[in-house]
Design a protein around this ligand. Sequence first.
Ligand code: NG1
Ligand code: MG
Length: 517
Amino acid sequence: PQTLEIDAIDDAASYVPVISSLSSVYSASALPAQEGRWASLVACFKQFYPAEDLTFIARSPGRVNLIGEHIDYSLFDVLPMAITQDVLIAVHVGDTDGKLVLNNTDPHFPSRTFNVADLKDIEIDATVHEWSNYFLAGVKGAFSLLPSAEIPSMHCVIDGRIPTGAGLSSSSAFVCASLLAIATAVKAAASPSSTTFANAVTKSDLVQSAIVSERHVGVNSGGMDQSASVFGVPGHALRVQFYPQLKASPVAFQSDDFAFVIANTLVVADKHVTGPIHYNLRVVETTVAAEILAKQCGLGPLPIRDGFGGTLRGVVEAFKARGVDMTGVMDKVKQVFSKQEGYTLAETAELLGQSELEITKKYMTRFPVRFERFQFRARALHVLDEARRVEKFCELLAHAPADRSGDDAEEKYLQDLASIMTASHKSCRALFDCSCEELDELVGLAVANGAYGSRLTGAGWGGATVSLVRKDKANDFVQCLKEEYYSKRYPGISEDKMNDAICITEPGLGSAVVVGN
Ligand code: NG1
Ligand code: MG
């Protein structure tokens, strides 16, 4: 595919480099070691559709979150970065058979065909785990972005390389790539003679729409993953802000001496199965905690996030306007939620001044949850303290270690960054209760084997850790974890499987469309 061109989709306030050729993408090391993969996707496309031209390939990557866990849906800033592993969708546009055909390079995911005429009103059954649901979420997003659009016939091959349930956001990458593919196909069908489809959709629109449409798959998620997947900038982390509006700013690393290592526990965290007791429940706990704080502290009505409820960010802003700082807000949390054992629904109704039925309807119907007691105190304290850790981490990153005095400035700098990561893990484990035995073991082994710091990344309850290590020690570190974790937990595990599970990661490029000519 050497003759393909990339249209980095444009954004008015874009800091995203526009890449003119695939080779320049490789040289920018945005897609290291991927050349063979793109070629094999093109070959696979030819197998599925021997008589059809490839119109374009849409791509969106996974992400690793460096700091700021479970605070995006409370509208606090987070610091993820896009990773190399991604979802590619090769598309042929222009037949008049009226079909959307989805094939997958992985034979575990069987072929699916839809009539494009049925797509506008298509229902997604979030209760079944069906791979094409993620594409259909992209369809929903495309119609919300382009309400009058007619989706043309699309014959697709999908190739996803992000491990699922690993906290690396395979789901968002798939939804973002799908939405981008559909928007691009609509544009391509409208101007078949053009070979470039830039501006099919802006990056901001793509993100906003993907955030809302991914909820059709049954998870009441925040917006971190879609932002990282779309806006990713090679060599940079992204500070993503959700308040007062969505904004992503690239953050450079001021030192070349460290690297991040992603290590997958190989415990699959499946939000579709565990959402009601894990992820979706945490969204309810943090949302209702915010509403109770507003009510009990007389803050007035909070701004509502995406039609769901108030946020802890709203609470912090309201207190700020009254001269109360973050420490003060945390004190209020401890006062209002004095019961360490948590709150039953009846007690919650009392605090909120609403009936149990009202609360159930508002917060627990579209995304059902199961619980005995809401842990408002612990969840809110995690969120507020984690928001502070993001601030501190970003402040540290803004200053080069050389600005510090002393011979061991660099060493201290890495220790400071890492201690914030380690504190985040502790809080995720103890207050947010989103870790698991394997994650705790990996974090412990990482620190014992030379990492400065380590933490779970993504939703947790399984999935991966991210560790900060010295670049010159990174390979040894990977080797140690292979021996200490993978070979011991999974005796007989193959080298290939381990290499998929643990890797040194580079921040990569976000969504892009590669156009054939
Ligand atoms: P993953 O790790 O992809 O399951 C989830 C949410 C994020 C964020 C993190 C926790 C989705 C699509 N993403 O990520 O919005 O809340 O957990 O920080 O559900
Ligand atoms: Mg996900």
